[in-house]
Design a protein around this ligand. Structure first.
Ligand code: GLN
Length: 542
């Protein structure tokens, strides 16, 4: 039978609840306790797939094709697990399901209420993660902060879980923030006390209080929190802002959280072994020679929109004993003049995206990379951009595009497949989740992967248009990764370029600190050899 750890948030959001949940998963795993994780998002959207990255950050895609919260990326990267759609629950999903049951007549004339119908549906979804994963412990992070209106049914459901599952099988961790007052040079505990009171009002007494702060937390402060919030002093866990997020499991372990959880939940656990993790963090914190990458996108002011890309770059750089420095370049204001930032980068990456805004800037960046022989990695939209730019050069016209951006273009090199036409819904109607990709021997992509078939995660509607494949291949582009039937171009690369490789999928979701992704390795490997001025040669394509 699985045991459950519930994380709630207090005081303010964005204090690292997701990283904490992921880190707790890592410290349990390092004791040979198997773990799965679930994120509860109380908003009414069915999934974040229809939300703008400016509202919600990156949409993380699971192997089974769910469009989920970016916290699932932390869980996968920290714990080394592959999660499923069951790991992200929203109010939208819960209410849709309860209402569908009501319409079917499943409730036999009953009145449908938040308690018990909605809370039962929530508990069913929490237990589903335990059933699917067979994990010893399921960590459930409740998004938002205590007191949010949408969060109430979820808090009520997790309150009921302690009674349902038994006291030894459920643990509540409340993550709060201790503000620092400069004038008096002190950390304040009052907001934490208030938020614990709010939690108690709902019927939840936290077992652990995780206190995020930007300053060291004194014994006195811990005593105070322990007294006012009625938790053991050893369960007041400080979480002081660290240099890297990957250090958090080490900090929580040092603070004794691993042992506390094991004892309180009476878990069968091995000795904690975080040696590998500790070594990687030490390597990460050692100053290293930088490799500078230009990331060209339209949400560069909001780096959460490209979270997994940033992490994947960092993982690959670490494997080469380098530190990645990212120049965030706004595609709407791209400057390719002699002083432009683009001229100072050793590699260019164009990540995924939707809609026309910023597209022409990305095309300029791809042209710059091609002509100046700067390594380029295109991710999903970034591949479509590379193809459009190359085809504009081959066909000697600007009238080449994806039909996503120009429905009437003369050369629709990126287009919908005939079977996709007629889709009129926006949510969940893309090519989503893992698909196999056969690597074409002798290509840069095959060299990077050194295997025959890769399994990668997709999230897009538009595809490479095969009507132009032969012409573009003859002009110097290679389809180096293909679907098993050979019909879908999954990876494209340029022959006469040091490293210009793009993929229709999102490799960033599969990269780990201890297992960087092959395409990011290939890209950083080429970029670190590049002089910032770039080789000033143009390719003979015209
Ligand atoms: N907008 C493009 C498409 O739908 C690319 C999507 C993406 O980059 N994830 O095909």
């Amino acid at each position: 039978m699985a045991k459950y750890i519930f994380l709630t948030g207090g005081v303010v959001s964005s204090v690292g609840k997701g990283i904490s949940a992921a880190s707790i998963g890592r410290i349990l795993k390092s004791r040979s306790v198997s773990v799965s994780v679930q994120k509860i998002d109380p908003y009414l959207n069915v999934d974040p797939g229809t939300m703008s990255p400016s509202q919600h950050g990156e949409v993380f895609v699971t192997q089974d094709g769910a469009e989920t919260d970016l916290d699932l990326g932390h869980y996968e990267r920290f714990i080394g697990v592959e999660l499923t759609q069951a790991s992200n629950v929203t109010s939208g999903q819960v209410y849709s399901s309860v209402i569908a049951q009501e319409r079917r007549g499943d409730f036999l004339g009953g009145t449908i209420q938040v308690v018990p119908h909605v809370t039962n549906e929530i508990k069913k979804r929490i237990r589903q993660v335990a059933e699917i994963s067979g994990a010893d412990v399921v960590i459930v992070e409740v998004g938002g902060t205590v007191g949010d209106i949408e969060g109430q049914p979820f808090l009520e459901a997790i309150r009921q879980m302690r009674k349902d599952e038994g006291r030894d099988n459920v643990l509540y961790i409340h993550v709060t923030f201790l503000p620092y007052i400069t004038a008096t040079n002190e950390l304040k505990t009052k907001p934490t006390q208030h938020s614990v009171n709010e939690l108690r009002r709902i019927g939840i007494q936290p077992d652990v209080i995780l206190c995020r702060s930007d300053k060291e937390i004194s014994e006195e402060i811990k005593d105070k929190i322990s007294l006012f919030c009625d938790v053991d002093k050893e369960a007041v866990i400080p979480l002081v802002t660290s240099e890297t997020i990957y250090e958090v499991p080490l900090l929580l372990e040092e603070a004794g959280l691993g042992d506390f959880i094991v004892n309180r939940l009476k878990l069968e656990a091995a000795e904690c072994n975080l040696d590998n993790w500790r070594n990687m963090v030490a390597k990460l914190k050692t100053p290293k020679e930088p490799v500078t990458i230009g990331l060209v996108g339209k949400y560069v002011g909001l780096q959460d929109a490209y979270y997994s890309v940033r992490e994947a770059l960092c993982h690959a750089a670490l494997a080469y004993d380098r530190e990645v420095r990212i120049e965030w370049l706004d595609s709407e204001e791209l400057d390719v003049t002699s002083n432009g930032k683009l001229r100072q980068v050793q590699g260019i990456i164009v990540p995924g995206g939707f809609g026309y805004r910023g597209i022409e800037g990305m095309i300029k960046a791809a042209k710059f990379a091609r002509e100046k022989e700067i390594p380029y990695l295109g991710l999903c939209l970034g591949m479509q951009i590379m193809v459009i730019e190359f085809a504009r050069c081959v066909f000697h016209t600007e009238n080449v595009n994806s039909t996503e951006f120009d429905a009437d273009t003369a050369y629709p090199v990126i287009d919908l497949l005939p079977e996709q036409c007629g889709i009129d819904q926006k949510g969940g109607t893309m090519r989503l989740g893992t698909y196999p990709c056969h690597l074409v021997p002798g290509t840069k992509a095959a060299q990077a992967y050194s295997c025959e078939v890769a399994y990668e995660r997709h999230r897009h509607r538009f595809e490479f248009n095969n009507a132009f494949r032969q012409t573009l291949e003859e002009a110097g582009m290679t389809a180096s990764g293909l679907s098993p039937d050979g019909k879908l171009v999954e990876i494209a690369e340029l022959k006469d370029h040091p490293w210009m490789v793009s993929c229709q999928f999102h490799p960033e979701f599969k990269s780990r600190l201890d297992c960087p992704h092959p395409l990011f390795m290939g890209f950083i490997g080429a970029a670190k050899e590049t002089l910032t001025e770039g080789a000033q040669t143009s390719l003979p394509i015209s």
